[in-house]
Ligand binder design. Structure first.
Ligand SMILES: [Fe+2]
Ligand SMILES: [Fe+2]
Length: 395
């Protein structure tokens, strides 16, 4: 018998979040995945380490790799490094910071109102005025951009770690450009949030879990897989969706510049991992990464529920289950998942982590339809943006 409706809201919500953590543990069908994500889930979901208002500190256990013969060991990466140097831009002078941004101006919406299905709220007795709808979308965009910012900080640290640890010399040179890119992304997202939106949300617990797990993992290729393929894929999906939906010109041009950088980062991930995963690992090690990537893909699809916005707006008026349904069925979020997996799945195929053994699991999750799309090595940043030209949120 379910008696949870008899409990006070606060208790019911706390129970719901423990239940989510338990679900995460049960979802991980493989012991190795649980070992790698479990402690991070405890710190992120239960102890809420990202929300304590103090800096997070932990030891990093990876091995640094230095090479005294300076080999040119990867021609494609060397080329990508040259491109990255030419692609540098200045977050201060290359964006029109004097643009006036009014997040509540209906003429220049941050995102279109159909981003969220407001009828869903109506059906549950929550009727927002036009102004409130706009304020709500302002919160959602502020939340999204805050998560981008926190993700970028994670990317900055992970890129620095990966630059130390990668055993390819050309990879180190490229890695240095990525460290600079991520610093610039932190700079521009923070400035936009601070100057233009006047909002900053705390890090989402699930994002904390992923960053915590990656920063601590001692294996360079796991950091790489997690950061360069999974998190960068998530970022590309999110940035691209917002880029194609927003009408705010400063946000749009900022996202465009960031997307061009991120496309190189994913490209780097595919180039560096392809040979390593296909040829240098044992089959058991490859399988472990294949399982891990699948679980993290599901985590990224199912877990970014913007509870921080829920708490701000609807705590006590809507159940967490209803909120999840609102977010999962939001047309803007559906577009985001579509773009993310269209980028991610072909990259997993390309690096050899979508073998016949795991394909039925992807099929069951509805993700095999992205199998045949172009991977990062087949797409430039420009092509990627072009590809977004026709993006809509009708899907
Ligand atoms: Fe970035
Ligand atoms: Fe990046």
């Amino acid at each position: 018998m379910d008696i949870s409706h008899l409990l006070p809201d606060r208790v019911r919500n706390a129970l719901d979040s423990y239940h989510e953590m338990l679900e995460l543990a049960l979802q991980a069908r493989h012991h190795s995945v649980l070992t790698s994500l479990g402690p991070s889930a405890l710190r992120g979901l239960l102890l809420k380490r990202g929300k304590q208002g103090v800096p997070t500190r932990f030891p990093a256990g990876h091995e640094a790799f230095l090479e005294w013969t300076y080999p040119e060991d990867h021609a494609e990466l060397r080329q990508l490094y040259q491109r990255a140097k030419r692609g540098q831009w200045d977050g201060e002078t290359d964006l029109a910071w004097n643009t006036h941004v009014d997040p509540l101006n209906p003429e220049v919406p941050l995102v279109p109102s159909k981003f969220i299905d407001f009828d869903f709220l109506d059906r549950r007795g929550i009727h927002l005025t036009a102004r409130e709808k706009q304020e709500f979308l302002y919160s959602v965009v502020g939340w999204l951009l805050s998560q981008f910012l926190h993700g970028e900080q994670g990317a900055l640290m992970a890129a620095a770690q990966v630059t130390e640890a990668v055993p390819l010399f050309d990879g180190k040179l490229f890695g240095a450009t990525q460290v600079m890119d991520e610093a610039r992304h932190v700079e521009v997202f923070h400035r936009y949030l601070d100057d233009k939106l006047g909002k900053l949300y705390q890090i989402n617990d699930n994002l904390f879990v992923i960053i915590d797990a990656l920063m601590r993992d001692s294996r360079w290729d796991m950091k790489f897989l997690g950061m360069q393929i999974m998190v960068e894929g998530l970022a590309l999906g999110a940035f691209s969706t917002l880029y194609s939906l927003t009408e705010e010109p400063l946000l749009r041009s900022m996202l465009k510049m960031v997307i061009m950088d991120e496309a190189r980062h994913v490209h780097y991930g595919v180039l560096a991992l392809r040979d390593h995963l296909r040829h240098q690992l044992s089959e058991a090690e490859r399988r472990e990464r294949e399982d891990w990537a699948f679980e993290v893909a599901l985590l990224m699809r199912n877990r970014f529920m913007a509870y921080e916005v829920f708490e701000e707006w609807f705590e006590g008026r809507l159940s967490r289950a209803d909120w999840r349904e609102l977010i999962v069925t939001a047309p803007g979020m559906a577009e985001f998942r579509h773009v993310m997996f269209k980028r991610l799945v072909p990259n997993l195929r390309e690096i050899g982590l979508l073998g016949p053994r795991i394909q039925p699991a992807y099929e069951q999750a509805g993700l095999m339809r992205y199998f045949g799309h172009a991977s990062a090595t087949q797409l430039s940043g420009e092509q990627l943006l072009e590809d977004l030209g026709g993006a809509t949120i009708t899907r």
